[in-house]
Structures are given as C-alpha cells and as structure tokens.
Design a binder for this molecule. Structure first.
Ligand code: NDP
Ligand code: 2IT
Length: 446
C-alpha cells in the first residue's frame, strides 16, 4: 500500500512540487483515501482522486487601485474553482500578504471535502489576494474591493460560484464587494455570503465557525462521556473564528485562558470572561488594534511577544489563526501538559508531525474540514434563505448548525472508528470523498 501511495504522490509532486501547502493537504488526504479507494471496486481504477486534485479552473488577475496618497498600487487576485460535482463552487476569500496559489489551492481542496461533510449541496472553491488590509483606511479597502470585484464578477454568480470571508475579509469587505457586484450586474442576488443581516445575510453566520468548532469539540468529549464544562481552553487567533469560539466556550462553562494574533499571545490565568471578550472584540473589530492592548485594561494578564500559546497548560486547544501554526514540538508540549482534545478552528493549523503525535497519544483530534465546517454550513443556510427570500430566527439557525455539527461527528465515526480510538481525520476524508466521488462518477468524464 505504501508503494501505491508513494507512486501517486510522486506523480502529483512532479506537477505541484512548488506548492508546499497544497502538497501537504493532498498528502494528508491521500494517505487515508488511497487504501479505501483500492478496497472499493466502484472507485478503483477511475483516477478519481487525481481528478479531484486538479482544479476545474483557476483565475488569476491584476488588481489596480489608488491609495490615499494618490499612488497607484498593484495586487494579484485569484479564484480557484476546485470542484463543482455536488454544487456550485463555494468558499471564502482571503486577503493577506502571504496569499499565493499554493495556499489557495490547499484551501480550495480542503473546502471540497468540508462542504461535502456539511450535507448541503456546495462544491468547493477559494480565492483572495496578496492585498494587506492592515493599516489601510476604509476608503483604500473599498477601492481595492471594488477593483477586485470588477474582474471577479464575470466568474461568479449565485448558481456558479459564491465567495464569502476568510482571513482579512469580514463584514466590511463583503459589503464593499457585494455593492460593486450589484452595481456591475444590476442584480440583487445571494452571490456572496456573510452579508449584513439587513441586506440578505443570515443570523449566526458571523458566529458560526467559532460556535461550530466548540460544538464539535463538545460532541467529541460527549462521545467519551466527558464535556467541555469546567475545562481550561487555549485559543489562538482573535479574529472571527477565535472570538466566537471563545464566546461559546464561556457560554458552556469553560475557562478560556489565551488568545493571540500575529504579534504574540495574551495569557489571563483568571480566564477571559464575557466582559473581557467584549473588550477584545472592540479592540480587534472596531479599533483594528492589537491583542497586546488587552493589558491596557487588564494589566494582571501577561503578553508573550512573538510566541504561540501552546506551552500554556490546558485540557482543550482550539487553534484558530492560520495554517501550520502548531508543530510537532507544540503538540508534544500540549500532550505533556495534559491536553485531551484539539479541534481545529483554522484550516490546517496543525502540521503533519503534530497530527501524528495527537493520534499516537490518543488525543481527540478534529481536522478543520470537520470542526470548522459550521461557517460554510451557515453560508449554505444563508444561500437557502436568499433563494426562499426569507430569513430564519437566531434560534432556528443555531439549532440547524448544532444538528449539522452532530451529523458531521456521526459521519466521522462511520469511517474513523477504531478499536479504542476515533480517527476523525480518516473518518472525515472518507465520508466526504464518497459523496463527491459518487457525483463525479454519475456525471461522467467532464
Ligand atoms: P480573521 O482575519 O478574522 O482573523 C485571523 C486571526 O489569525 C487574527 O488574530 C490574525 O492575527 C491571526 N493570524 C492570521 N495570520 C496569522 C499568521 N500568519 N500568524 C499568526 N497569526 C495569524 O480570520 P478568521 O478568524 O476568519 O480565520 C482564521 C482561520 O479560520 C483561517 O485559517 C481561516 O481559513 C479559518 N476559517 C475561517 C472561517 C470563517 O468563516 N471566517 C471558516 C472556516 C475556517 P493578525 O490580526 O495579527 O493578523
Ligand atoms: O474556510 C472556510 O470554510 C471559510 N472561510 C468559509 C467559507 C464560506 O463560504 O462560508
């Protein structure tokens, strides 16, 4: 079996060797899927995984815009349309200086599997730009978004490709992008998700990824007869996912002791309560400040510059910032300090060494495509509400989100259950694969 996997990855590598993040994601999925495919007559010999790895379409384009000093700036825009077997392309847009094709292909590839797990009819895609929204005025962000959409609009549509937010793209950016799409097309449609509630957005969409991640951690803990109540939790990131993961942990009676951003982490040993979290939300969302500003109001907390929080003792860890932010040494430290559960809020935050360590030590480990699927699931619910020209209440959406997370957990058990451990990664990969592969086979070689 190892030989077959090795040969397959060698072929993929010869085409994509300059894309390390994409290769990392492909390797992780292939190691679970190839043994399964080989064992199933309907999938074996159809080159089905090879077809899933090649994006259906990639669009790259120039984005010119003018900054506040009158200077002309040039950025690069992308949309990776990975797979449309089970629905229109769906996935976020990331604005961050690190964005390149490798990162967007890994994200689009993961999105195909994640969207399949949600049980909703959504294919997978991802896009973005190397534009850095940090330290830009609202006017600069607006002009960039308008220029970005002036090219992107011809490739997307409510039945073709429906982008949403990701790192650096929140409610403000979605507003500017939607405004420009509407103007260009003269159409008010659900072409983006994460919209404002008064103009077609869904209640709970901002909360959904973070809440869903905590619901999934709770599902894993419940499965072993435990719960998150009373647990100490470390969280990385303090953006959309980190903030609402913290909020749900607090609501469920857990103690959140860390949050971070790219400059370091804060450790509050007394716990970040609702009032303190509201202060963090104000710093990050309104003032667009740094996590270290937390100490201005809560000086008893500590700020560790340029460090990640994985050395802090915890029961549950929720990495919710970015890819490869938790490596093998971090995983060893977490295990040594008694961590029993890791649920990825971010996409691929744990590198492959870290995942191996969690599995070998039987730590409950949820891959992002399962645990952070609540965000795109509520995006799917936003699309449904837009089609119905109707909106559901907070309670209704939250109830649907909880049920979807429980269903994803069950799907992971179906193919990931081992003697005394659940391999959630394997369970997620196989369950997600089956739905997409069956649709691809039914639709022929296209
Ligand atoms: P935000 O932009 O709202 O927040 C990102 C957070 O992560 C910030 O605190 C940011 O710090 C930190 N961060 C970003 N890049 C780095 C880096 N290279 N090193 C250290 N810290 C970093 O993004 P989201 O919260 O939306 O996204 C976080 C993760 O969750 C991403 O992996 C994203 O793909 C994933 N995700 C998001 C979903 C969503 O619905 N938004 C859905 C599913 C997954 P700073 O402010 O200093 O940059
Ligand atoms: O990674 C993700 O799932 C997202 N950024 C959300 C995608 C979406 O379409 O809501």
């Amino acid at each position: 079996m190892n030989k077959i996997i090795h040969k397959f990855l060698k072929e993929i590598d010869s085409r994509n060797s300059h894309e390390p993040e994409f290769m990392q994601a492909v390797k992780e999925v292939s190691e679970d899927l190839i043994p399964y495919i080989v064992s199933q007559k309907i999938y074996h010999g159809k080159n089905i995984l090879m077809r899933m790895i090649e994006p259906e379409r990639v669009v790259m384009f120039r984005v010119n815009w003018i900054d506040d000093s009158g200077e002309i700036r040039v950025n690069r825009g992308y949309r990776v349309e990975m797979n449309s077997a089970i629905g229109p392309y769906k996935g976020g847009l990331r604005f961050h200086p690190s964005v390149n094709l490798s990162i967007l292909k890994f994200l689009a590839f993961e999105q195909v599997f994640k969207n399949s797990l949600t049980t909703l009819p959504m294919g997978g895609g991802k896009g973005g730009s190397d534009f850095d929204p940090k330290n830009k005025s609202d006017g600069e962000v607006m002009r960039f978004c308008q220029s970005f959409m002036t090219e992107l609009f011809r490739h997307i549509g409510p039945n073709t490709d429906i982008p949403a937010g990701d790192i650096g793209v929140g409610g403000r950016e979605i507003g500017y992008l939607f405004g420009q799409y509407k103007r260009l097309k003269n159409e008010f449609t659900g072409v983006l998700t994460g919209k404002g509630v008064s103009w077609g957005g869904s209640l709970i969409r901002p909360e959904a990824t973070g809440y869903g991640t905590v619901y999934f951690a709770e599902d894993m803990l419940n499965h072993i007869g435990d719960s998150i109540q009373g647990k100490t939790v470390t969280i990385s990131g303090s953006g959309n996912v980190g903030q609402y993961a913290a909020e749900k942990c607090i609501q469920l009676g857990a103690k959140v002791v860390t949050m971070s951003d790219s400059s370091g982490y804060i450790y509050d040993k007394e716990g970040i309560d609702e009032k303190k979290l509201a202060y963090i939300m104000d710093i990050k969302n309104n003032k667009r400040g740094r996590i270290s500003d937390y100490l201005k109001k809560y000086p008893k907390a500590e700020f560790k510059k340029n460090k990640n929080p994985w050395g802090v003792k915890c029961d549950v860890a929720l990495p919710s910032a970015t890819q490869n932010e938790l490596n093998g040494s971090d995983a060893k430290l977490l295990v040594k300090n008694g961590c029993i559960c890791v649920a990825e809020g971010a996409n691929m935050p744990c590198d492959s060494d870290a995942i191996k360590i969690f599995k070998s030590k039987k730590v409950l480990f949820a891959p992002g495509k399962a645990s952070n699927a609540g965000g795109v699931a509520v995006s799917g619910l936003e699309m449904a509400q837009n089609s119905l020209r109707y909106s559901w209440s907070r309670e209704e959406v939250d109830e649907k989100l909880k049920k979807i997370m429980i269903r994803i957990h069950k799907k992971c058990l179906e193919h990931g259950k081992e003697k005394d451990y659940v391999d959630y990664g394997k369970g997620a990969n196989i369950s997600a694969f089956i739905k997409v592969a069956d649709a691809m086979l039914a639709q022929g070689v296209v």
